[in-house]
Design a binder for this molecule. Structure first.
Ligand code: Q6P
Ligand code: ZN
Length: 987
């Protein structure tokens, strides 16, 4: 079963003939570059080519009116004047003599795909079409669309293939209002769309694009809108919507076919969308839909106007449809407040229609909505002209290299190997050392020689997976004691413990998997997913296969499945799932049991502080910093506890940086294994002063009197006042004058020399926070590349946290090389308050606000790597290859080999060993961690390697050890390049 690719370059043969800035984006090259990228990457060659055809009138009429069709039919015979006049009737669209032909091909291409998928000739597929479809309506062209390809496809699948339920996922960044109108009252088609909305100020400026348009009559609940009220949404925001809105509902709906309105203007770099999600996110979005409807997924191109981003995103989608596991998801912090507000709004308005959402909160009364405007507004203020052309850079998605073996099986000799898999059996068995080791660590009580051999094979297999020689494997047999265990080095989520009463049924477990397990897994980013097939699982084979399928998205396909000896029958189907075949559909799901939902919901609430991807509601409403300071003053001072305070160092915000995640596994584990709260306790976020495990940070009162600190404040205030003199802004008190974002906005605009897209008037807290959000996003985007730690957040600044405000101002002053002299080495004490087991604990941490001017300025010195990464990403590979060759020349002496720079130096081990080789000495093993487990151990290793470099006479590396550990490519490159220049001629 393959993946269909429907394409014909005839659809590139129409274009805009006159000048129209609104339509000039929609160019034939969109289709050409997408197709070329598929051909060049070899993906097109792996697909089943399917020819296009013209749609019949009857097919067009499935959605459109006869009058409209007759009108469009005349366009091939019109002259330029007539075409322009015809175009005038509609919004944001253009006609061309060949567009009618292409529009019929676009429908026909889509229907060809639906035919192949519905009859099982292929598993899934993509149609690359022009013109797109989702804006076109019964009697109207609109938004570059002539006929509604996807809407017609849904009607067609119902009529000609007996599809009872069709899910349409519209991930284009515009609202496909045409599809919404078409199925408004139709419960057989579930339409989901997310779209840039900005409180109705973005095109098509429709009131009915908001979250509260849920469908009407029998179709109520079958229209799901998730409006984005800010630009800049990223991977976490998209995933959060999938986990907490789309997927639960989609699984409850149980479609027979999934149609994707696959517009890629939702990707980074798009001039229309202004979003930040990277092209690889489409691999995940696609993957997460591929186990619905028995895998029957048809992706149909809609928008996408940045040709680079478009082509990359199309490739990610098609490669995933082909069955290649998605890459490690990148940059998952957590959703932003605005995204959470959208998620919450959509969940709350749909809770009465979908039992999976029954626990969603009430609709927020605080929703900020600007006064209704009459009709659409003028052109976007932020998008126009030059600003749009400004280059936005992002790393090209890494090639997903297929290993030579996709799925390997460890089986007893008597069991035949499943089709398409490879039997794994290493030539030599374990030697006596390995045997002793395995016995000692794993099989203390067992004398069984079979198990030793088996365990040995499993460890050998995992070794192969680490080297990407195998993606999945299925060893056998095993003695499981868990129902389901997703595990890697640190995290074990044991469903048997966590949801003891839950998961009595398929629904409960499915909802837990979507709303809890997947977000946790994505955020944790494991290197390996270990799935243990529970005993007696045969009755729920379909559920097992769903989980096996979905979890392959987590570790770049590295999945180890353990199956019991007496479950031979399941090996074949499980292996088929690992090979990329979709799990069978679960049908539509009933309501989960109330205890399931409850225990699941409580667990989610408990864990969400540490795992932001679990959040479904915005949090700022709950922050009560002022009250908290009082509580903190009353709380007893805690002694400096390194493990506790160490963890908090550098964290002002609530959100965890990825480097802290490893520290959190303990807490996560404790939370999971701790007995559940008694169910009588109701959680009222508004009443709780602080959430469990939440942290608050504030300046210690004695530090306020610190002279150097006071001096620093004065210098900063004078600086702001001189910068903002023309604005007639006078700042007296940093806390009172900076918290609402107004001064920060003006200051940043002055320094940066450009305007931000923010509201001028900011009386309400919501608008203040939105403004802060925009300002900080811009600041962070500017500062982050320099490795300046981000010690501030919207919440900390808005709550008048002086330390956060000062950190921000110092960074700005340094970045813009302010003509001031900051006092050096200013430190303050900060009180950290944390709620643990219902009790407030407090501790003191020292925060270094400034170091030396030289160091602070040094951070912003641009070096060759900034230039390389920003301006010549194509040369990057050349640099990487020469660095790999260089390090391998030395590491090979120890029989070590590096294939990837990004990750393989992150734990510092190779760096240390490399220094030994370069300087020709033996590094005593007790000086570093050969198999570092924690973040700290890795940082120790890298820092130690840096010491060795300095001992060897090299300059102090410009990178921070933490950055190398955090897989910061630029930092790693800097370090290696430094070595390269100094040792390239040594043997
Ligand atoms: C957007 C036209 C431009 C307003 C200028 C299937 C694909 C699409 C079309 C968008 C048309 N308005 N800022 O249609 O949704 O990408
Ligand atoms: Zn679009």
């Amino acid at each position: 079963m393959g993946t269909a690719l429907v394409y014909d370059d005839e659809m590139t043969k129409y274009k805009l003939l006159w000048v129209d800035p609104v339509c000039e984006l929609e160019v034939p090259e969109r289709l050409q570059v997408s197709h070329q990228a598929l051909v060049r990457s070899g993906l097109a060659g792996r697909c089943v080519p399917v020819p296009v055809r013209e749609a019949t009138d009857e097919e067009v009429l499935l959605v459109h009116s006869a009058e409209y069709l007759e009108g469009v039919k005349k366009t091939p015979f019109m002259d330029l004047e007539d075409l322009m006049a015809f175009t005038q009737q509609y919004g944001d669209v253009y006609f061309h003599p060949n567009i009618y032909h292409c529009a019929k091909l676009a429908i026909g291409a889509t229907l060809q795909l639906v035919d192949r998928v519905m009859t099982g000739k292929v598993r899934n597929g993509m149609a690359l079409v022009r013109p797109p479809g989702h804006h076109s309506q019964t009697s109207q062209a609109n938004g570059f669309c002539v006929f509604n390809n996807v809407a017609i496809a849904a009607q067609y699948a119902k009529k000609h293939h007996g599809a009872k339920r069709v899910l349409i996922v519209d991930w284009d960044i515009h609202h496909g209002q045409g599809i919404q109108y078409c199925f408004e009252d139709d419960p057989s088609v579930l339409y989901f769309s997310w779209h840039r909305y900005e409180h109705q100020s973005f095109w098509p400026n429709l009131r009915e694009s908001d979250f509260d348009s849920v469908g009407s009559g029998k179709g109520a609940g079958f229209n799901i809108n998730v409006p984005w009220n800010q630009v800049g949404m990223g991977n976490s925001d998209y995933l959060a919507v999938f986990f907490h809105v789309l997927l639960p509902v989609a699984y409850e709906f149980g479609p027979d076919l999934v149609l994707i309105s696959a517009g890629f203007d939702s990707a980074i770099g798009d001039p229309e969308g202004h979003m930040c999600a990277t092209p690889d996110i489409f691999a995940h979005l696609t993957h997460l839909l591929m186990n619905l409807a028995g895998g029957k997924v048809c992706a149909v191109l809609e928008g996408g106007y940045n040709l680079t981003s478009l082509a990359q995103s199309v490739c990610q989608t098609v490669q995933t449809l082909l069955g290649d596991p998605p890459p490690h998801p990148a940059n998952l912090g957590g959703p932003c407040e605005s995204a959470l507000e959208s998620v919450h709004s959509a969940r709350s308005v749909h809770k009465k229609y979908w039992s999976c959402l029954q626990h969603a909160g009430e609709p927020s009364t605080k929703t900020c909505r600007p006064a209704q405007q009459d009709g659409p507004q003028g052109p976007q203020s932020n998008g126009g002209g030059e600003a749009q052309k400004e280059a936005i850079a992002w790393p090209e998605p890494l090639q997903r290299v297929a290993p030579s073996v996709r799925t390997a099986l460890v089986l007893p000799d008597a069991v035949p190997c499943a089709d398409g898999c490879e039997r794994f059996s290493p030539a030599e068995g374990p030697d006596s050392m390995a045997t002793a080791g395995l016995r000692k660590h794993f099989l203390k009580e067992s004398e069984d020689g079979v198990n030793v051999k088996l365990l040995y094979n499993i460890t050998a297999l995992v070794g192969k997976m680490e080297k990407n020689e195998v993606w999945h494997c299925l060893p056998f047999p095993f003695v499981p004691s868990y129902v389901l265990c997703v595990c890697s080095k640190h995290l074990h989520i044991n469903f048997n413990h966590t949801l003891t009463y839950g998961c009595g049924d398929t629904v409960g477990l499915m909802q837990a998997a979507l709303g809890l397990l997947l977000p946790l897994g994505y955020q944790y980013a494991p290197g390996l997913v270990l799935l243990v097939r529970p005993p007696g699982c045969r009755a729920r084979e379909d559920l097992w296969l769903q989980l096996t399928g979905l979890l392959q998205g987590l570790a770049a396909g590295h999945t180890l499945v353990l199956v019991q000896e007496n479950e031979t029958a399941s090996v074949g189907i499980t292996a088929s799932c690992l090979l990329g075949n979709a799990a069978p559909s679960l049908g539509s799901l009933a309501a989960p049991g109330p205890e399931d939902v409850e225990s699941f919901e409580r667990l989610r609430l408990r864990l969400q502080t540490d795992w932001p991807l679990l959040q479904t509601t915005e949090t700022w409403g709950r922050q009560r910093l002022r009250k908290m300071s009082a509580a903190a003053a009353r709380g007893a001072r805690m002694k400096k506890d390194e493990s506790f305070l160490g963890k908090l160092g550098g964290t002002l915000g609530r959100r965890k940086k990825s480097k802290e995640v490893s520290d959190l596994h303990e807490e996560g584990k404790n939370a999971i294994n701790a007995p559940l709260l008694p169910s009588t306790i109701e959680i009222h976020p508004e009443d709780t002063l602080m959430e469990e495990n939440a942290e608050r940070v504030m300046l210690d009162p004695t530090s306020r009197e610190n002279l150097k600190f006071k001096d620093l404040l004065k210098v900063l205030i004078d600086w702001i006042n001189s910068e903002l003199e023309e604005e007639r802004i006078i700042v007296k008190d940093l806390e009172e004058d900076c918290y609402d974002g107004q001064v920060l906005q003006k200051l940043f605009e002055k320094l940066w020399g450009k305007k931000l897209n923010v509201a001028e008037v900011t009386q309400s807290e919501i608008v203040q926070k939105q403004k802060l959000q925009t300002v900080l996003e811009a600041v962070n985007l500017l500062l982050q590349p320099h490795g300046w730690p981000i010690e501030w957040s919207v919440d900390s600044i808005h709550s008048k946290n002086l330390v956060a405000i000062v950190f921000l101002l110092v960074s700005l002053a340094m970045h813009f090389q302010a003509p001031i002299r900051l006092p050096e080495h200013v430190s303050v004490q900060v009180v950290v308050v944390k709620k643990r087991d219902g009790l407030l604990q407090t501790g003191l941490v020292t925060k270094e606000l400034t170091t030396t001017t030289e160091m602070m300025l040094g951070r912003f010195e641009r070096d060759a790597f900034d230039t390389l990464l920003d301006h010549a990403p194509d040369k990057l590979n050349v640099v990487k290859t020469s660095l790999i060759t260089f390090v391998n020349k030395h590491l090979n002496k120890l029989n070590l080999e590096v294939t990837e720079l990004e990750s393989q130096f992150a734990d510092g081990v190779y760096l240390v060993l490399l220094m030994g080789l370069l300087e020709d000495y033996f590094v005593p093993l007790y000086n570093f961690f050969l198999t570092p487990e924690s973040f700290e151990q890795k940082v120790h290793n890298v820092a130690f390697a840096f010491e060795l470099m300095q001992d060897g006479g090299l300059k102090k590396p410009k990178a921070r050890p933490e950055d190398v550990v955090n897989l910061n490519l630029k930092s790693t490159l800097r370090v290696l390049y430094n070595l390269f220049t100094n040792y390239k001629n040594s043997d």
